[in-house]
Design a protein around this ligand. Structure first.
Ligand code: UD1
Ligand code: UDP
Length: 381
């Protein structure tokens, strides 16, 4: 028997967080892993901090691609990933989400023989083709062999696009596994509330980093103005950990951040989880943050015109408001009285195990133990 090998392509903060439970599940099953980091994210606060905090081994390979245009970034990644996969010949390659790293992993692997390509968090659609992420999702879902949508609704979207049902398995989202794994530790170890001098329930949290929001000066300014107005109305300060793309734009657009918004550096996962679970309201354009607030029971106001996570709005956890100040204020008013008592729709917290079961990565030692036991069993006379 030869041992199974699982490869992972990741490159950005959310991919590290959402693939961590799957990499760990492989280790529990004694499945050998190859982690290929594209280098799309490279700043310590978007990259290394998550490997150390989530107790992941450093990536086996870092392609060091860095920032660039979509074409440049993606093509360099494809070349590097293909070379690694041809050398290592894994049985399965996992990609997650909708970034350029996800796209490059799927493109590099889908024409190589004997590698099953599996997309975790398949089937999400915002129906906004101006988002690079939407194009990535569609291409990836139609290129891969196995699709792991988080919910029945996302699976139905894939079938509606003509993808055969036998390639699709609903598993829940691995973000539930990650939140369940780390939320208690975050609550007991993070000192972020003290360091920031904020009290539970008496501040708001903001993240805004999407290209369509922060690369447009007026739109970014409107978001800051609207969030500040909504928070002032409730006498709250807003904590805004600023993603490097947004930091870049704040500087180049010379945008003034309203007084009641406190900008800080990006946070590690435990500190961020702590703020998300204790904030009064969360304003965001992030995909992962819409999911996490829904899981943690914190009302969310989404600063986009649509979402590929409509389940969060259906259960009452999220309100989609766009970027106009009046709409942001109205959305915050609608969400401020929410109790947080909704049913999170993203699965049972064992998505990683369901994925490995489906893709056929059994515990390698169990198989070996069974083989040894069969060989050693006394023969009947
Ligand atoms: C990428 C993903 C987005 C995801 C986000 C997660 C794509 C198309 N976009 O967006 O879907 O939500 O990651 O955070 O894949 N930069 C740094 N340090 C870094 C990385 C980036 O300073 O470690 C700066 C650079 O100026 C860079 C800019 O941020 O040009 C944007 O980085 P990029 O990876 O292109 O896209 P993100 O906005 O991070
Ligand atoms: N996150 C973090 N620190 C921060 C902001 C976000 O650890 O300062 C985490 C957050 O908990 C979530 C993920 O980053 O798991 C979301 O990533 P991001 O918003 O960058 O990307 P998206 O989910 O929009 O693709």
């Amino acid at each position: 028997m030869t041992d199974s090998k699982a490869a992972f392509v990741l490159g950005t903060r959310p991919e590290i967080i959402k693939l961590a439970p799957v990499i760990k599940a492989c280790q529990r099953r004694n499945v050998s892993t190859l982690v290929i980091h594209t280098g799309q994210h490279y700043s310590e606060s978007l990259d290394e901090i998550f490997f150390s905090q989530l107790e992941l081994d450093p990536p086996d390979v870092n392609l060091g691609v860095g920032s660039g245009s979509h074409g440049q970034q993606t093509s360099e990644m494809v070349l590097g990933i293909e070379e690694q996969l041809m050398d290592a010949t894994p049985d399965v390659l996992f990609v997650q989400g909708d970034t350029n790293s996800t796209l490059a992993g799927a493109l590099a692997a889908c024409k190589l023989d004997n590698i099953d390509v599996a997309h975790i968090e398949a089937g999400l659609r915002s129906y906004d083709r101006n988002m690079p992420e939407e194009r990535n999702r569609i291409i990836v879902d139609h290129a891969v062999d196995r699709l792991y949508p988080p919910t029945e609704e996302t699976a139905a979207l894939l079938r509606d696009e003509g993808i055969p049902g036998d390639r699709i398995t609903v598993t829940g989202n691995t973000i539930v596994d990650a939140v369940e794994m780390y939320d208690e530790t975050a609550a007991s170890t993070s000192s972020t509330l003290t360091r920031l001098s904020v009290d539970k329930g008496e501040f708001d949290l903001l993240t805004a980093h999407r290209a369509e929001n922060v690369d447009d000066r007026d739109r970014f300014a409107n978001i800051l103005f609207g969030v500040a107005a909504a928070a002032r109305h409730r006498n709250n300060e807003v904590i805004y950990p600023v993603h490097p793309r947004a930091a870049d734009r704040l500087e180049s657009f010379d945008l003034a951040v309203p007084d009641c918004i406190r900008t800080i550096d990006p946070l590690d996962f435990f500190d961020f989880l702590r703020l998300e679970s204790t904030a009064s309201l969360v304003f965001t354009d992030s995909g992962g943050v819409q999911e996490e607030t829904c899981i943690l029971g914190t009302p969310c106001v989404t600063l986009r015109n649509g979402t590929e996570r409509p389940e969060t709005a259906f259960v009452g956890a999220n309100c989609i408001v766009g970027h106009r100040p009046d709409d942001i204020v109205a959305g915050a008013r609608r969400m401020e009285s929410k109790s947080g008592e909704w049913e999170p729709p993203f699965g049972d917290g064992h998505a990683a195990e369901h994925i490995l079961d489906d893709v056929g990565l059994e515990d390698q030692h169990a198989e070996r133990r069974a083989e040894t036991a069969t060989k050693e069993a006394p023969r009947e006379l």
